[in-house]
Ligand binder design. Structure first.
Ligand SMILES: [Zn+2]
Length: 452
């Protein structure tokens, strides 16, 4: 990445296609996407400005609600110039921003096989938070919520900004890897000025480019290399489509340049392709369960309950501010301190005794989207080993309520498992056992999972 501002005026000037020109171009892009075998998207800060996150290189007189770009404003301040226009949209924290129509349209384009991959220069975390599958995504400049173990390369997502180093080229976060036997130092994934891109990520991005017949480059000034070399590569053997308000250095090699706001372009393209833009829901993945150990001799043994969260691909995801556990009354004698037990930050609890019943986890989130706490039951399984239920939970932003689906039991996928009492879902039916673990034990119950 380079801290570079554009020349005010000639380079920051914005253009908007006339409506008839714009619609003709949208039709052309739709035709190319239909004909292409493999297409990709390349994006920059312009796909996030409508969420309230500022870009870097918009001019002092931009038409965008977020106002002048960060570098533009900084360069102007050095010359003693202030933006003539104040931002008309409140600048959003990347942790609270809601994915844009463009972010959401990309998910549908991927599902409908119009695109195969998304290469992004954005670090705001919105690509993953929108629900775009991580295996089809390359975040060239890192992700503010992602840290990685220096030693074993394990990834960890956090519901907070992971970077806390003061010096530019120091990336250690002060946290350590929790893979058994590793304890490696974790570092943030942000690429700062003068630093090389992650080799694995950039290679994957170039591989997508080499296969692509069409590349939609959206909301990027296409001036930062080596990132901009990716869409340029597609221009050499396929069709590069640039959607941007400003002109870019790659306009001369592009098959088509659309001067429009990216959300306007994407809305029109989706209409042309007869696809709907999905509504965003905050989606999280949570596993709750227990393990048990038989006692030796006359000892009664013990149980360990746990609650853990991951991303869609299993990457550990630190989501909870705290969890409170309530155990069946048979355990009260062995539980020290106040009850229910508040656990921070590792929501595991080991107590002596092996009694059946249901433990309950009440989990509180960081609350960037005002997520209400959620209560998750664990039907204790005493057959030894680890037993757990994996849920997908989704927060409807309009109602502020969680809905939930059981995805698997003890790692075995469950097809279309309903949660009893949910509207719109098939009913589990009274007395049915929704989740039988291997070995015949019931791994968890889903009948009284409630939002609070
Ligand atoms: Zn590690």
């Amino acid at each position: 990445m380079a801290d570079t501002a554009l020349k005010e005026g000639s380079e920051t000037k914005e253009f908007l296609d006339a409506p008839d020109v714009f619609h003709a171009k949208v039709k052309t892009v739709a035709k190319w996407l239909r004909e292409a075998e493999h297409s990709m998207v390349f994006s920059g800060a312009g796909i996030s400005t409508s969420t309230g996150i500022r870009d870097f290189r918009s001019g002092l007189n931009t038409c965008l609600d977020t106002g002048a770009g960060v570098w533009t404003e900084r360069a102007a301040a050095k010359r003693g110039v202030k933006p003539s226009k104040k931002p008309t949209k409140k600048v959003a924290s990347t942790l609270k921003a809601i994915p844009s129509p463009t972010h959401m349209a990309l998910i549908e384009l991927l599902k409908a096989n119009f695109i195969a991959a998304h290469v992004s220069q954005n670090t705001d975390g919105l690509n993953r938070r929108s629900g775009f599958p991580p295996d089809k995504l390359c975040e060239l400049h890192g992700n503010t919520n992602l840290e990685v173990c220096k030693k074993c390369k394990k990834h960890y997502l956090r519901d907070f900004r992971v970077r806390n180093a003061k010096r530019v080229h120091n990336h250690e976060t002060g946290r350590t890897c929790t893979v058994p036997g590793c304890s490696g130092v974790l570092k943030d994934t942000i690429i700062n000025f003068g630093e090389n891109l992650n080799e694995r990520v950039i290679n994957k991005a170039f591989k997508y480019a080499s296969k692509s017949d069409v590349c939609l480059a959206m909301g990027s000034s296409l001036r930062v290399t080596p990132a901009a070399d990716i869409p340029e590569q597609v221009a050499h053997h396929g069709k590069l489509v640039i959607v941007n308000l400003q002109r870019t250095p790659l306009d001369s090699v592009a098959a088509l340049v659309v001067h429009a706001k990216v959300d306007d372009f994407m809305r029109a393209l989706m209409v042309e392709l007869a696809l709907a833009i999905p509504t965003w829901k905050l989606t999280r993945y949570v596993e709750v369960g227990n393990s048990s150990k038989p006692g030796k001799g006359r000892a009664e043994g013990s149980i360990t309950t746990f609650c853990r969260s991951t991303d869609v691909d299993g990457t550990p995801f630190t989501l909870f501010k705290s969890c409170t556990v309530t155990l069946p009354s048979a355990y009260q004698a062995s539980v020290p301190g106040p009850r229910p037990m508040r656990l921070q930050p590792q929501p595991n609890l080991t107590v002596s005794g092996r009694h059946p019943g249901t433990a309950r986890y009440r989990c509180e989130f960081a609350g960037h989207y005002k997520e209400p706490p959620i209560e998750l039951p664990i039907k204790l399984n005493l057959t030894g080993g680890e037993h757990f239920v994996r849920y997908k939970i989704e927060l409807d932003m309009a109602t502020g309520k969680w809905s939930k689906t059981v995805l698997s039991c003890d790692g075995v996928p469950v097809e279309g498992m309903p949660v009893a009492g949910e509207k719109g879902g098939a009913s589990a039916g009274a007395g049915s056992e929704p989740c039988s673990a291997p070995g015949g034990g019931l791994a968890g119950e889903v009948t009284d999972l409630v939002s609070i």
